[in-house]
Design a protein around this ligand. Structure first.
Ligand code: CA
Length: 740
């Protein structure tokens, strides 16, 4: 069913006959019609997928176009062709263009959603994928690995596309160099919108990787230009360059945890990029490893990360490094970068017995480093005599390296036409980024016809639904709620006889707020949990009394539990001004019970009390494979009381020696613990057990008659602060320090 449309209509009549034969447009409505159209496609042809949902469609687009006569696969209406179910796209051949497709509501049955190859031998070259969307097209099993875009071949372009919400393991997009046919490729990746990518809680959450360590001494020559990375939080590497001669130019990184890392490979250039950390924890900049890297004209604003996630990190190498470790920094040029209000610049970072090769023949010049409040922001971890400093200007930096090449000046800033801050005084004109740096705008990236993701829905952002006491009034309100709603409870007793399954954030709040304890609504439940969280679900409990005594006489009950299966959505649980009691109908009754391959973005317990509990209060301990996977990022327990708890108040476990994540983080402060942890099923032998937590603050707590606090440090440079606690009839904390 060939037909002429659009472009041909404007071709003058005389030319029409000749062109029509060369450029057919074929609208296809079924997978079979598509297959036939591809087989008969000639250079210049266009195959158009009819609007609608195409389910379980493994698209093979293998054809041979010509320069200036590509074969195109596109949508009848861009954005109205949705590829769903178990689907993917493989492109192979020469001069092909794909545009306008949306991958949503499904996942790939193979390793890739879009692959620039059909088989290992049959690759795509000189082809382009443009204006394509992959939106939460995740394998439902969180730690089943797949990839969204895999570039092979040479001379390909991926542009104006949007990759949002990848939540399962596996880099979002990668360039592969695994055969000669994919090396020295000259690909272009530009004007794409990447993100948000939620915290994965494991290695394998990179957003863009170019190469692998194995082929890292090979040139890739990929240009990554004018892309927008927003909240790409998967793991410590946002972009991981593992090959040579790549250029990263004019990209914008907004509130993304992690860094652009020149992990392996030489001769890369990082220039004209903008990193807006905006004070968000763990936002980083650029990490430099290997030979002849150029880091020039980059702008970093309120980037907070430390250690390997600093604003600027120059690593130590390993002498005679194996290809997958750390090659020494040599002949790097780091110049004209502007670093404002950022917490950490790390020089000779990672120095230890193994990483002892200090940076050499490196020039660090004309950089502008300024803080509004004075910060001790430049750390020197080893001998930096191989870094030559010149013309750098600083303000508000407590200590600069003991070398020439740093000058202190008071720097006043003004906003340039591109929105970035520039020093007012002409004397600083040659320092920091140039005036003509062009900042790519969010609207210029991704396809214009697909909405960019809104900020995450927060607790309390929806309606308020007032309810009165009784059997299942709360159950029904929870089932009828929408994202961000607040269910407000009058004083009285509420019984929940089913387990509401939440797939959005909800707040359940006593109407009296935190007033008197008597006014608190009393919530009881008859099933094995008060609430279960499914993908997208989060729960906030405020000003409630929760009593577990109606729960079944069976082990393993909980107040809140996650899905029993793998969850892609990171959830939050908050309890504020709550009084929880009698979680003791049988053994192992937890406040929060989680399953393997689920992940808490945050757990907050504030000004609450817990009494008579046979399990743990919070146990994030289901990832026992020691692979660096864990169950939750941030745990805050403050100003709360715990009494007669057989398990631990907190049990957080992250095993293994992986260094790809920032968390978990635990703050445990100003709590009172009485008679905690003595149950015979409490294998932690602790009142608070933390294994592999990266940042720990345990301060100003009172423990009596309780098992000790136990902290086992693992890989990284964990920060453990235990201070101001008081113990009566409780052993002092036991800390097993990390020994690299
Ligand atoms: Ca990684």
């Amino acid at each position: 069913m060939h037909r002429c449309r659009g472009v041909l209509a404007i071709v003058p009549a005389l030319a029409l006959a000749a062109h029509a034969a060369l450029a057919a447009e074929t609208l296809v409505r079924t997978q079979q019609e598509y297959g036939e159209a591809v087989r008969s496609a000639r250079p210049g042809d266009t195959i158009i997928l009819a609007d609608g949902e195409w389910r379980d469609f493994e698209i093979v687009f293998a054809a041979e176009g010509l320069p200036n006569k590509p074969i195109t696969l596109t949508a009848e209406t861009k954005g109205k062709v949705v590829i769903a179910g178990r689907s993917n796209l493989r492109i192979a051949g020469e001069h092909l263009v794909v545009s306008g497709l949306v991958f949503r509501d499904g996942y790939t049955p193979t390793n890739d959603v879009i692959a620039f190859r059909r088989t290992k031998q049959h690759l795509a070259n000189h082809s382009r994928v443009t204006e394509v969307v992959i939106d939460r097209f995740n394998n439902p099993e969180r730690h089943e690995t797949d990839f969204w875009v895999m570039m092979y071949g040479k001379g390909n372009r991926f542009d104006h596309s949007m990759l949002i919400g990848k939540s399962n393991t596996g880099v979002t997009m990668a360039v592969r160099l695994d055969t000669e046919a994919s090396q020295n490729n000259g690909h272009r990746i530009d004007h794409n919108y990447f993100g948000p990518r939620p915290i994965l809680g494991s290695n394998g959450g990179e957003t863009l990787r170019i190469g692998t360590s194995k082929y890292s001494l090979t040139e890739s020559r990929t240009l990554v230009e004018r892309n927008y990375f927003e909240r790409c939080n998967g793991e410590v590497e946002i972009v991981s360059s593992k090959s040579g001669s790549n250029v990263f130019r004019g990209n914008v990184f907004v509130e993304s945890r992690g860094t652009l890392t020149l992990r392996h490979g030489n001769d890369n250039r990082v220039e004209d990029n903008v990193f807006l950390g905006n004070g968000v924890p763990h936002t980083g900049g650029i990490r430099v490893i290997n030979k002849r890297q150029t880091i020039r004209n980059n702008y970093l604003f309120q980037v907070t990360g430390r250690r390997f996630a600093g604003a600027l990190v120059v690593m130590n190498g390993v002498p005679d490094s194996p290809i997958n470790r750390y090659h020494q920094v040599e002949d790097a040029v780091i110049e004209n970068n502007t670093i404002i209000g950022s917490d950490h610049i790390e020089l000779a970072a990672g120095s230890d017995d193994e990483r002892s090769a200090v940076p050499k023949a490196t020039r660090f010049r004309n950089n502008l480093i300024a803080n509004l409040e004075t910060k001790d922001s430049i750390a020197v971890h080893d001998d930096i005599s191989g870094i030559h400093f010149a013309g750098n200007v600083y303000d508000g930096v407590a200590k600069v390296p003991d070398a020439d090449g740093f000058e202190h000046r008071r720097v006043e800033f003004e906003r340039g036409g591109n929105g970035l801050a520039y020093p007012v005084d002409a004397i600083n004109a040659g320092v920091g980024i140039p005036r003509d740096l062009v900042v790519v705008q969010r609207d210029e990236t991704g396809p214009r016809w697909y909405p960019k993701p809104a900020p995450d829905i927060r607790f309390g952002s929806g309606r308020t639904l007032a309810i009165g006491p009784g059997q299942d009034s709360l159950t029904e309100a929870l089932e009828a709620s929408s994202a961000g709603d607040v269910i407000e409870l009058e004083t009285g007793e509420y019984t929940v006889t089913k387990i509401p399954v939440l797939a959005h954030p909800v707040t359940v709040r006593g109407k009296g707020g935190n007033e008197s304890a008597e006014a608190r609504p009393l919530v009881r439940f008859e099933r094995s949990a008060l609430v279960e969280l499914a993908d997208g679900g989060s729960l906030e409990l405020v000003g409630l009394a929760i009593d577990g005594s109606l729960a079944p006489d069976a082990y393993g009950n909980s107040v809140v539990r996650t899905s029993r299966y793998s969850m892609l959505g990171n959830y939050a649980v908050r309890a504020v001004d709550c009084e929880v009691a009698n979680l003791n109908t049988n053994h192992s009754f937890n406040f929060l019970l989680v399953s393997r391959h689920t992940f808490a973005r945050s757990i907050d317990i504030l000004r609450s009390s817990f009494r008579a509990v046979t399990g743990h209060i919070v146990a994030l301990d289901r990832e026992i494979d020691d692979l660096g996977i864990y169950n939750g990022e941030s745990v805050v327990v403050e100003d709360s009381r715990f009494a007669d708890v057989e398990g631990a108040v907190l049990n957080v476990y992250r095993g293994g020696t992986d260094e790809s994540t920032f968390g978990p983080e635990v703050s445990f402060r100003r709590n009172v613990l009485e008679d905690i942890g003595h149950g015979k099923r409490n294998k932690t032998l602790a009142s608070v057990f933390l294994h592999g937590v990266q940042t720990v603050s345990i301060e100003d707590n009172d423990l009596s008659g309780s098992q000790p606090i136990r902290v086992v440090e693992t890989v990284g440079e964990p920060i453990t602060r235990i201070d101001g606690n008081r113990f009566s009839e409780s052993a002092p904390p036991v800390v097993v320090p990390w020994q690299p």
